[in-house]
Design a protein around this ligand. Structure first.
Ligand code: CA
Ligand code: CA
Ligand code: CA
Length: 308
């Protein structure tokens, strides 16, 4: 009898734990992210204060999904949020163009965002070999999101919160975080509390199975804001490396938008430069927090056996 009650308490605790951890994918940073700050922005935005800026990244895994929150804004003029995930061995450090065709309509090119006229040639940090690609744009209040497999053939997937188990949400109410870019002033301090505090922006949930993640192998993620046709990069990258995380930034100064060539120039539709080393953040892949559930189930089974 005593054991039965103990078992029930354990099961109830597990249920409470599960409920407490439910995170709405709504662009609002809930309490589940509290201990999972991964990166803060160190460069004021060249795409407009509170129009397009990436202030911080919070992310965690729970054995089933990756939950990712990026505090900031994405302007409703069609600008794109770009995210590359390195979740397994292999992939592309330099986008070869041998990839799925993602968002061809938005890119204005049959090859799509990753193709020869848009991001083919973009080179990631040393050690970062991209495996998957997520992109989202805002036109007014309409969100569009797409998924691509690096090295995959055929067409990417149009996401709508009901396919691949991938969910996304956005809240545009941020008015804090970084300001507008005003020249090559020194980098903002790392882990600035006001920048880390931004609590609205983009939120994404991706099943770990979809990115073939393995327990114990960290995810590596690099994210930035790009132009509407994926052809003109802003200066909002996460994470920043100690030098600012932008090409050529070796003197600790903020830099303006990277454009197509890394130097702020529009090159006629092509983003093609090398991102500095360390321009990504890690997210550890951990097992499901099943200890409580297993304990509850075990005790319940034990109680049943004793009863029988
Ligand atoms: Ca949320
Ligand atoms: Ca701001
Ligand atoms: Ca990889």
């Amino acid at each position: 009898m005593r054991l039965n009650r103990l078992a029930l308490v354990a099961v109830a605790s597990a249920a409470t734990l599960t409920l407490a951890q439910a995170e709405g994918i709504d662009g609002i940073r809930g309490g589940t992210y509290d201990s999972s700050l991964r990166a803060t922005q160190r460069t004021a935005t060249g795409f407009g204060d509170n129009f397009s800026e990436l202030n911080n990244a919070y992310a965690y895994t729970d054995g089933n999904v990756l939950n990712l929150f990026v505090g900031g804004n994405l302007e409703g003029n069609g600008n794109t949020f770009e995210m590359f995930i390195d979740s397994k061995t292999g992939g592309q450090r330099t986008l070869t163009g041998d990839n799925q065709i993602v968002d061809p309509d938005g890119a204005g090119d049959a090859g799509g965002a990753l193709g020869g006229n848009r991001m083919q040639g973009l080179t990631f940090s040393t050690g970062f070999e991209a495996d998957f690609y997520f992109t989202m744009r805002r036109n007014g209040n309409t969100l569009s999101a797409f998924w691509g497999v690096i090295g995959g053939a055929g067409n990417g997937v149009v996401l709508d919160n009901s396919v691949l188990g991938i969910k996304y949400g956005y809240d545009n109410s941020n008015t804090g975080g970084v300001g507008g870019f005003a020249g090559n002033t020194p980098l903002l301090p790392p882990n600035d509390p006001a920048i880390a505090a931004v609590g609205t922006g983009l939120e994404i949930q991706i099943p770990l199975a979809e990115i073939q993640a393995s327990i114990g192998r960290d995810l590596m993620i690099t994210a930035f804001v790009n132009g509407g046709r994926h052809d003109y990069a802003s200066n909002q990258f996460l994470a920043n490396n100690p030098q600012g995380g932008l090409p050529g930034d070796i003197n600790g100064n903020q830099r303006g938008n990277l454009g197509g060539d890394g130097n702020g120039n529009f090159t006629g539709g092509r983003v093609n430069f090398t991102i500095d080393d360390g321009t990504y953040f890690n997210v550890d892949v951990v097992p499901e927090p099943a200890t409580m559930i297993a304990l509850g189930t075990g005790l319940l089974a034990l109680a049943r056996r004793r009863k029988a």
